[in-house]
Design a protein around this ligand. Structure first.
Ligand code: SF4
Length: 756
């Protein structure tokens, strides 16, 4: 299939999901996300709980083989059986033998979805009923989950009411409508199935190796009933669910509900050490208390009841190979809370039916699908991670989810290039023009976006002609058709006079060395140097007004590597990071602060350079760099006189500002500095509540994602639709706000800078 046709198909699929599922997904995921913020705000020790949880998972994954042996001993000592399945076929064969065609009730388990266990059991004639409300709804509707925690987040209450009415032939008088009525209706039906079941199949959120204790975390209490009403209990879990001790559960119990659904504690946290001691429930004896029916061993209530059977099936299915993969190993730390999905702008709009693979959805799904299914499945949705990084602070086990997506993207790129699927018929044009570290045959659009630095230099050198040519109708048409760059967006306009040229032309620094409060380099990132030169000039004037001796050396006008990183071009990013390090560290060593205007470049310095450079170099770069408003804040806090800056009073009627911080700036916690500086200068600031504007660098330019990108930005339109003055820290946020609101946004530094 041609590239343009496959882009059109992707766009059509996303459009369909936005139309049919988008509203319900947005309402549910944004609600969960708001709940998370509110719930974790109450925790004094949130960061240390996350670090504790992370440390437990790091240790557990390091020791998986040893912990499985210990867990086996515990389970067998308790009277149960443990089986380690290498793949779905082995796992399903084991469970089929236990079930033997009987009636099965199941609680929610992504691992059994991964195995297609229901199909395997039903092929033997077993009746399988999902008892989680969302999973049951999907079973009735014959649909797949769209979220790892809330499988039916894409369904509205009205849609579920229609489904029940149709499935069970309910007339208008009997039809449940409210959430309470729907839940009651489902509960009655499900309890009847649980009573009749011969086998209960559950997952396991955690398994304690020291005791064989299994933790089930649910909102509905169905997992506990599934586990203990039938006499046979089968638990199916990935090998990564084993943790050393029951005590280790503590931070996870605090974090999992808060992170996933915003509940301070999940409604049901059941700790079972199966086979349990209570007798299987006999509903014929429903009136006699369980205690009188005799636990096993008379008073020995901890002994398993002789009629109980327990099987624990641990599934490898690629996990042990993931453990050996230095870049993807972190995937195994995941506790499947769903916070990365809920905090993701793209996921909030389109949900897991687009942003997901065979089983898993959301940002971390790339790691899971690459690990258990392979790169082809991950490739179907990997591009939906824009690397905005809003999932990073949301993750209770501190997984660097964007890095996992970047690494997988790099592997997909290289695989496509090797298979000849990447370049298409115009690849030769871009291959020759943009030498980089990537293989021939890489997707030309990725190569072009990843080499934006080369393009920008060419664009400035030939401006304004370059802008005229790029915007000519036939050229835009060709870009759309061959490279998938949508005609709906304005292209960046290159300035003939770069920031470096402007600075040199004005005669260099204007604050003398003797009078300088500090010395700083304004980093001429690719956008500031070639496109958004005004904000660079504003930064220079602002810092000089605060007594800083500023330079803008041409030697530092090198890309950070952010652009290739966003396309999964890791080796190219590494080379650029090395070059940027070589340019910046001499400035840092000479005692100059590096002031960064573009938040995504600062994020590269502070987050990704750890992955690209030797640790010591990465630390030195990160320590020497400051975001421009963070730097201004520091100067003011240390006594600099703001008298030369533009205050709200100077701005007259433009003193009320709507401010959208950049997604990566939010992750770096930069937003408070900007707000504090603006407020100190008298501005009234309305800060956006949106995780990401939806533009995300090149993402919003791609024709297949343009509509999604605009949909992600819709909350910003709603919040800022009436604002008279809009400020935004990131280049792409400014472009997106321009497209959404119809008027250009300014960088905050432009609001406070002295006049030229
Ligand atoms: S990656 Fe982190 S945030 Fe995402 S589901 Fe796993 S634990 Fe939760």
């Amino acid at each position: 299939m041609s590239k343009s046709k496959s882009r059109a198909e992707t766009a059509a699929r996303i459009r369909h999901l936005l139309d049919t599922e988008g509203d319900a997904v947005a309402e549910n995921t944004r609600g969960f996300n708001r709940g998370r913020y509110e719930s974790v705000r109450e925790l004094d020790d949130y960061e240390s709980l996350k670090s504790a949880a992370r440390a437990i998972k790091e240790d557990a994954i390091e020791r998986i083989p040893e912990l499985i042996d210990e867990l086996r001993e515990s389970v067998e000592a308790n009277g149960g059986h443990l089986y380690v399945a290498a793949d779905p076929a082995e796992a399903n064969a084991y469970v089929r033998e236990v079930v033997d065609g009987g009636n099965v009730v199941k609680s929610k388990s992504m691992t059994t979805e991964e195995l297609d266990l229901n199909d395997a059991l039903e092929a033997d004639g077993a009746a399988v009923t999902e008892t989680d409300l969302g999973e049951w709804v999907l079973q009735l509707a014959d649909e797949t989950p769209s979220h790892i925690v809330g499988p039916a987040v894409h369904k509205s209450r009205e849609g579920i009411a229609d489904l029940f009415a149709e499935t069970f032939g309910l007339d208008d008088d009997d039809r449940p409508e409210t959430a309470e009525e729907l839940t009651r209706f489902a509960r009655e039906k499900l309890l009847a199935d649980i009573r009749e079941a011969e086998v209960g199949v559950t997952g396991a959120n955690f398994l304690a190796a020291d005791s064989g204790t299994l933790a089930l975390v649910t909102s509905e209490g169905n997992a506990r009933k599934t586990a203990v009403v039938p006499d046979t209990h089968v638990a199916v879990a990935g090998v990564e669910k084993v943790i050393p001790t029951v005590e280790d559960l503590a931070p996870f119990v605090e974090l999992i509900g808060r992170s996933g659904t915003g509940q301070d504690i999940t409604s049901y946290v059941s700790l079972l050490t199966p086979p349990v001691s209570s007798p299987p429930v006999d509903f014929g004896e429903a009136d006699s208390p369980v205690a009188e029916r005799g636990a096993a061993g008379g008073d020995g209530a901890t002994d398993p009841h002789p009629d109980r059977e327990f099987h624990l099936v641990l599934v490898d299915n690629g996990r042990l190979d993931l453990r050996e993969d230095d870049d993807l190993r972190e995937t195994l730390y995941c506790i499947r809370c769903g916070a990365c999905s809920n905090s993701c702008g793209n996921f909030q709009s389109v949900g897991g039916h687009a942003f997901g693979g065979e089983t898993y959805s959301g940002g971390i799904a790339t790691g899971w699908e690459a690990g258990v299914e392979g790169l082809d499945t991950a490739a179907e949705f990997n591009d939906l991670c824009t690397g905005c990084s809003r999932c990073v602070p949301a993750c209770p086990v501190e997984i660097d989810i964007p890095w996992i997506n970047t690494v997988v993207r790099d592997r997909i790129n290289r695989g496509d290039a090797a298979d000849g699927e990447g370049s298409g018929s115009v690849g030769f044009l871009v291959d020759g023009l943009t030498p980089d570290e990537e293989p021939a045959g890489l997707d030309p659009a990725k190569r072009l976006f990843g080499n934006f630095e080369t393009l920008a230099k060419l664009g400035s050198a030939t401006a304004p002609l370059s802008n005229l040519v790029a915007n000519a109708r036939p050229v835009r048409g060709a870009m759309d058709r061959w490279l998938g760059i949508t005609r709906e967006r304005d292209l960046p306009a290159f300035e003939r006079e770069t920031l470096v040229d402007w600075f040199d032309a004005r005669g260099g620094p204007r604050v003398s060395e003797g009078l300088a409060r500090r010395e700083a380099v304004v980093y001429p990132d690719v956008y500031t140097n070639h496109v958004a030169v005004d904000r660079g000039r504003a930064a220079v004037r602002t810092l000089e007004a605060l007594g800083v001796r500023v330079t803008v050396p041409e030697s530092t006008a090198v890309g950070s590597g952010r652009a290739p990183l966003s396309q999964g071009m890791v080796e190219t990013a590494r080379r650029k990071a090395e070059r940027c390090r070589d340019a910046l560290l001499p400035e840092v060593d000479a005692g100059r602060d590096v002031v960064v205007i573009e938040p995504s470049d600062l994020a590269a310095f502070e987050r990704e350079y750890e992955r690209l450079l030797p640790a010591d170099d990465a630390e030195r770069v990160a320590d020497g760099c400051f975001e421009v408003l963070e730097y201004v804040y520091g100067l003011l806090e240390n006594g600099a006189d703001p008298g030369g800056l533009t205050t709200a009073e100077d701005a007259g009627g433009r003193a009320r500002v709507a401010y959208h911080p950049h997604c990566q700036g939010k992750t770096l916690d930069l937003e408070p500095y900007t707000v504090a500086v603006l407020e100190r200068l008298g501005y009234e600031v309305d800060t956006s509540e949106t995780e990401c504007c939806g533009m995300a660098g090149s993402f919003g330019y791609k024709s297949e994602y343009y509509e999604l990108s605009m949909d992600v930005g819709e909350p910003l339109s709603e919040q800022f639709g009436d604002a008279e003055r809009v400020l935004a820290s990131g280049t792409s946020c400014r472009e997106q706000l321009d497209a959404l609101l119809g008027s250009p946004a300014e960088h905050p530094i432009e609001a406070i800078a002295p006049g030229e």
